[in-house]
Design a binder for this molecule. Structure first.
Ligand code: FAD
Length: 373
């Protein structure tokens, strides 16, 4: 069974999550149960209490807060979705920044823009020129930026707790029994809930009903030692803009506050989401992909030739049909919402849609048009 100890095999990130809720017994019944303590679940729980302070909210996280993608992400907030703009989506970065502002979450958010890099052409005055299966150059700039994912997870969790939501770690939801009210069976107990939000991303796909609709994979990243200002200038990164390629082989990255650089690439394909529990970035295909990413980075530019890597990690992403996020009602109950599957594009989107999920559960907003069920 996936749990916090197994997730340590997903490697070491350059940030930490410093929030853990106090242990307490599960309540017998709540108005809202949120399953999953990543960006989506935490934002939804905090927003539910903000809108409805008299209604009870319990967030049930199977491992520890941020143990999934959110603690193992890249930390590049982007506009739109992995499938581009969608009908009724709204302005994702404005929505995201607004939630953080209203909840008082501080996570070193900077939105200087992001670069799309390509191997053909690119801007004649491209600051970036890296040898990587051709010459990678800046093709265009899009909205986006960087943040500290550890601070975002911890800040959202603190905001949820301070608003009165009850947060539980090591509370893995094993089953939802579709009774009136809903019965949520948790490892070691159960509670009843009027409404449930399932925000479990790439795991528990039978619970979310996404097993046949979405593909879980695992993706990898490394971070370098801090570079000097002159080295960053030579690499073309002094503007501190994150980047990703628009052609293959895929590469994304960004600067850290320490002036180390994160580079990410590579997918471990999974037959079944349960393989995530045993996945170890120091062994097998994941270790090979990390070694090949490090070789690739060292070959991209003379500055990186003998750079040291200080952090190596990976995390799951869930890819649904046409790369579209899933935001729908559960097939067995309109009182159960399912939200997730952002592919590698969920940092800002998870919070923007987490707020929307809270509003929808309170009956104040319709679900989006792109996959209403
Ligand atoms: C290496 C990497 C780099 C990325 N880089 C970027 C990026 O730069 N920009 C971007 O926009 N996106 C990026 N992403 C994607 C982004 O991080 C995710 O889309 C986002 O974090 C998803 O948040 P979530 O809350 O939906 O899911 P998660 O954070 O995965 O949360 C789901 C939670 O549910 C819990 N859970 C699962 N099953 C149960 C259960 N049965 N009961 C209770 N709890 C359960 C899990 O333990 C987990 O904590 C990246 C992802 C990875 C892995």
């Amino acid at each position: 069974m996936p749990g916090s100890s197994t997730k340590t095999r997903w490697g070491k990130t350059p940030w930490t999550i410093d929030f853990h809720p106090a242990r307490r017994p599960l309540p017998e019944e709540v108005d809202f149960a949120v399953v999953g303590g990543g960006f989506t679940g935490l934002a939804a729980a905090a927003w539910l209490r903000r809108l409805a302070p008299l209604q009870s909210v319990a967030l049930l996280e199977g491992a520890s807060i941020g143990a999934g993608s959110s603690g193992h992400t890249g930390g590049v907030p982007l506009a739109e979705t992995a499938a581009g703009d969608l009908p009724g989506l709204g302005d994702v970065l404005a929505g995201f920044s607004g939630v953080l502002r209203e909840l008082g979450v501080e996570c070193d958010l900077a939105l200087p823009g992001a670069w799309e890099l390509g191997r053909d052409g690119g801007l004649p005055n491209s600051p970036v020129a890296w040898a990587d299966s051709g010459m990678l150059r800046v093709a265009r700039e899009i909205p986006g930026g960087t943040l500290d994912p550890g601070k975002l997870v911890s800040g959202l969790a603190r905001a949820a707790q301070e608003s009165g939501a009850l947060l539980f770690e090591n509370a893995r939801v094993e089953e939802i029994v579709f009774e009136e009210p809903l019965r949520v069976r948790v490892s070691g107990g159960q509670l009843r809930a009027q409404h449930v939000l399932i925000a479990t991303n790439a795991e528990s796909l039978e619970l979310s009903g996404l097993a046949s609709r979405a593909q879980p994979t695992f993706t990898l990243a490394v971070a370098t030692e801090p570079l000097t200002a002159a080295q960053l200038e030579a690499l073309g990164l002094s503007a501190r803009k994150p980047f990703y390629t628009i052609d293959l082989p895929y590469l994304w990255g960004r600067l850290l506050a320490t002036n180390g650089v994160i580079f990410g690439s590579g997918l471990v394909h999974l037959e079944d989401w349960r393989e995530l529990a045993a996945l170890d970035i120091a062994a097998g295909e994941a270790a090979e992909l990390i070694a090949s990413l490090e070789r690739r980075v060292r070959g991209m530019h003379p500055i990186l030739q003998s750079v040291q890597f200080t952090h190596r990690w990976g995390g799951p992403i869930l890819i649904a049909e046409q790369w579209r996020p899933v935001f729908t009602r559960h097939a067995r109950s309109s009182r159960v919402l399912v939200l997730g599957a952002y592919s590698g594009h969920g940092v800002a989107l998870s919070v923007h849609l987490g707020r929307w999920a809270a509003e929808a559960m309170l009956g104040r907003r319709e679900l989006p048009e792109w996959n209403r069920a």
